[in-house]
Ligand binder design. Sequence first.
Ligand code: CO
Length: 599
Amino acid sequence: MIKITENSLRDGHQSLLATRMRTEDLIEAAKIFDSIGFHSLEVWGGATYDTCLRYLKEDPFERLNEFKKVCVKTPLQMLLRGQNLIGYRHYADDVVEEFVRLSAEAGMDIFRIFDAFNDARNLKKAIESVKKYGKHAQGAICYTTSPVHSIARFVSYAKELVSIGCDSLAIKDMAGLLTPFAAYELVKALKAEINVSLSLHTHSTAGFAFGAHLKAVEAGVDVLDLANSALSEGTSHPCTQSMVATLKDTQWDSKLDIVPMEEAADILRKNRRKYKKFESQYNQIDTRVLVSQIPGGMISNMANQLKEQNALDRMDEVMREIPNVRADFGYVPLVTPSSQIVGTQAVLNVLMGERYKTITTETRNVIRGLYGRTPAPLNQALVEKVLNEGEEMLSVRPADLLKPELQKAKEESKAFAKSPQDVLSYAIFGSIAETFLQERNSNTLSPEPLESFEERCDDKLPKEFEIVVNGEHYAIKVEGSGEKTDEVRPFFIRVDGELKEVFVESIDKSLEGKIQKEQKAGALPQVTVPGHAKSPMPGTLTKIKVKVGDKVNQGDTLAIVEAMKMENEVLSPIDGVVKEIYAAQGMQIGSDVAIMLLG
Ligand code: CO
């Protein structure tokens, strides 16, 4: 009998709708799913937590509590990034343990834990903590293809994961690269060598995931990760109902009832419509992934990021650059955070017109060994470029070098953190969590709108009003608007009962003009002198760490710029004193402007 993990409530909308679905739009389906008899329901993960804080303005622990209330029979599952937890860097061991403690207490049952580099040392602390709190630790093998990855290598990694305490294993094929026959071979080999339960997690991006699942079933896999039809296929998973029907009356029959799944599908399908704005434009079969290896969620996020930087037209170039960067990085699997690190560096290589002209902080950290061992050696030229004289790559477990962080986070967040969960959010997400918590405390949370810019503008337009011209009153009623052509939109307006068609420059265009003007007014100077400090890449200036009059040395961190969810340091170009700060925290900045002047 095949068991099924229903993953629409986590990865389904993560892959298709940039993780934007709100608890209220998922909870009814969760309630139905709980009655069906699934092996587990995956409902939480790094992207869920991050998006809750950053965009949805929901307390991530509240979401978990809500799910736990309605899911009384089915184990809840989460995806954990090993020592990276739910963030993008390695956290100290005390933060790892606190995260697991609080999640376990809130009702998380199965922790699926992975490390982006498949470096088992980075899973150890998380596994140990999960066991300590009496929960199920599942080790996930990040699947990828490269000249250095082989079945033997995956099998030996699987054995290592079992030896350090994993209760079960999963093949985590985040980009959907596992072809059906490769799935068969891999599952066969793993099942021959290990005797714990094995799950398969893959994505439909390249069109063959359903086949991969079927071949894995034949080869003896125990659990399949699937998604309800309303949030399946494309960059998501194969459909739960289709698989249940396929296996019915065979030796692998899941014995699950499709009828309630259809009820849940109706609800989710209806709710999905609200999120049209976030639908990935890459939501059908996309075989480019076979070359680029960009995982499902990453493709839509990268398109969004490039759009913000007015460079969506360079997506294809970035997709071509990614395999090059990945090879330089020792063929790391592409999954958070390595996907962001490789993706951001590839974006920079393309936008700067020269490879590694600008190197992000995270790229430097990968080269220094701060994320662990890469599967193959790094590009030697890049290593030499990054490492300082006499500096060597790290050889110990990266977290061994980290001092405890929880106490410091507690002190720093005293003013706005009201619970251990708040402190934890701050310890992991820093200023993002701080903003959320302060807004929550002052009742000023404003979730990102679901409608497009244009829809919101149309909504705000008064439909009926009175105007006075030369003392004469006219009753005006806007009856509707037509299709926009050449920046002009026809409006149908009734003036004192008489219908007229008027053509106006469209509303969004005039607002755009206003915004552009505002941005120009606050524009930053171009970099012209050696003392001008600039950002390594376009993004949001999240923190300025110095003030006018501070003495700094070349290479000191002056500010933090966030782009593509990665923090990049703005380093001091010279030794000197901060003379003038041009930019303000929260500003969108380009990479060719001066943030401050040093002299
Ligand atoms: Co996935």
